[in-house]
Design a protein around this ligand. Structure first.
Ligand SMILES: [Zn+2]
Length: 459
């Protein structure tokens, strides 16, 4: 029996090592975690876990783990990780190094040092570099509560129970602005005094800020408007849960604006989320968004913090957003490609396929990434991708989608009038007027209500 156990453990070590050697950090780490207290595999498993964190650039995770298991080789990795934190531009101030996550008073985890806001979460630290004059001590507790929720609700259910007094609504509106097509369409529909603000990922990754930064310069030159840029590393929080770098929840993209709401006197935060992600579930099945749990929950949470949650292009598809941007004087500078360098888009990524291709920009539909995603069923962002295929006349590349491409999809470029009801006054009036300047309404909104693509596959 003992012999059998030994063999099983050796086999598990072999499996973990194989995953690790194939750079499958997430899978290797999940399996190794199961053995960190095992009598025979503990040292091996701890070594794999910390090395996986290191390879995923989860520096805070490495520091935490080395503190928990102070082995010599872990200390070496922790030292290296400490050096890497500097890559973000900001290293944790010494005075915060011993502070732990306060799991009783969740709002007591926020700190400021100079222009940097530091937030202690259960797995480490995150920071934002704020504009000059920002004072954390002046901000309303309901804003800290909302920021906490959008950052860790999926993993810390207690965060949903934070209760604070209500904040009164401010008077200004800000748009969480990425510089891509959808964001630009939103900026073109909103009033011209809307504050534009960019969350700037502050650590090195595949994502390039090159194209958005060039656009911001153009916006300044032609429109005389500034884009407020707030660097932060909060997209790393998810990596503590085996996920890729990205936003913790849909509204984490605007968390810098939640923190700046008092500073900017905000009464609303707008997000450039298109019809594809609002009125369609996973971009392929209609839902009545107004009645959804998601909408009703977050509208209430934002309102408690004195903020309207504004969806200025909920009635516009990604195709409609392209049509709107096409009519802007900035069209040459608008680009959704996240891999652009030296002012050029890559032409090989999925964004280039469905955003740049339909604009007539030169892309390579046979690139590896585009081919893999075109052959993945259910098709990603299906309704829009089908429209893009039709628009570019690429039906011959996807014979397996011929059934989905029988009907003409021009209606997808038009606005969905019932969506205007989702937008609060006073912004609704301007958005409606501007929408009508750019694109017509769908003659038959039923076509949207009937969308149910790849229905054999669960959502
Ligand atoms: Zn691209």
């Amino acid at each position: 029996m003992v012999f059998l156990h030994r063999i099983t453990r050796a086999w598990k070590r072999w499996r973990i090592r194989r995953l690790y050697n194939s750079s499958e950090w997430v899978k290797a780490s999940i399996l190794a975690e199961e053995h960190i207290f095992c009598k025979t595999n503990d040292l091996f498993a701890r070594d794999i876990v910390i090395r996986c964190m290191y390879n995923q650039q989860n520096w805070n995770g490495v520091l935490e783990f080395a503190k928990r298991f102070p082995l010599e080789q872990n200390k070496i990795l922790a030292d290296r990780a400490r050096g890497k934190i500097g890559d973000d531009g900001e290293a944790l101030p010494e005075r915060f190094s011993l502070i732990e996550w306060d799991d009783v008073n969740l709002l007591e985890n926020w700190y400021q040092y100079g222009d940097t806001v530091w937030w202690r979460h259960p797995w480490g630290w995150t920071h934002w570099i704020m504009p000059a004059g920002f004072q954390l001590s002046n901000i309303h507790p309901s804003l800290l509560a909302l920021a906490t929720k959008v950052l860790i609700k999926p993993w810390v259910p207690e965060s949903t129970k934070i209760v604070t007094e209500r904040r009164g609504f401010g008077t200004k509106l800000a748009l969480s602005f990425s510089g891509g097509m959808d964001s630009m369409a939103a900026a073109l529909l909103l009033p011209t005094d809307t504050i534009l603000s960019y969350h700037e990922r502050s650590f090195p990754s595949l994502l390039s800020h090159d194209l958005p930064i060039r656009l911001f310069d153009e916006i300044k030159q032609r429109w005389g408007r500034d884009v407020l840029q707030v660097p932060s590393n909060h997209e790393k929080i998810r990596t503590n849960h085996g996920k890729q770098v990205g936003f913790s929840t849909d509204y984490a993209a605007g968390v810098h604006l939640i923190l700046l709401a008092d500073y900017l006197n905000l009464g609303g935060i707008a997000f450039g989320t298109p019809m594809d992600n609002i009125w369609l579930q996973k971009g392929r099945k209609f839902r009545d968004f107004k009645e959804s749990w998601h909408w009703n929950y977050w509208v209430k949470e934002f309102a408690n913090a004195g903020l309207h949650l504004v969806m200025p292009i909920n009635h516009i598809s990604e195709a409609g957003a392209i049509k709107i941007c096409q009519q802007s004087d900035l069209i040459e500078s608008i680009n959704s490609c996240l891999r652009g360098r030296a002012g050029k888009f890559c032409g090989k990524c999925w964004k280039c396929f469905h955003k740049n291709g339909p604009l007539g920009r030169k892309i390579d539909p046979m690139s590896n990434e585009i081919q893999i995603l075109l052959h993945k069923i259910p098709l990603r962002t299906a309704q829009h991708a089908l429209w893009a295929i039709q628009r570019m006349g690429l039906e011959y590349v996807v014979p397996h989608l011929s059934k989905e491409l029988i009907q003409p999809l021009d209606w997808w470029e038009k606005a969905y009038a019932p969506g205007l009801d989702l937008i609060q006054r006073p912004w609704r009036t301007t958005i409606q007027e501007n929408t009508e300047k750019f694109i017509p309404y769908m003659e038959n909104p039923e076509l949207l209500h009937e969308v149910n693509l790849f229905s054999d596959y669960p959502l």
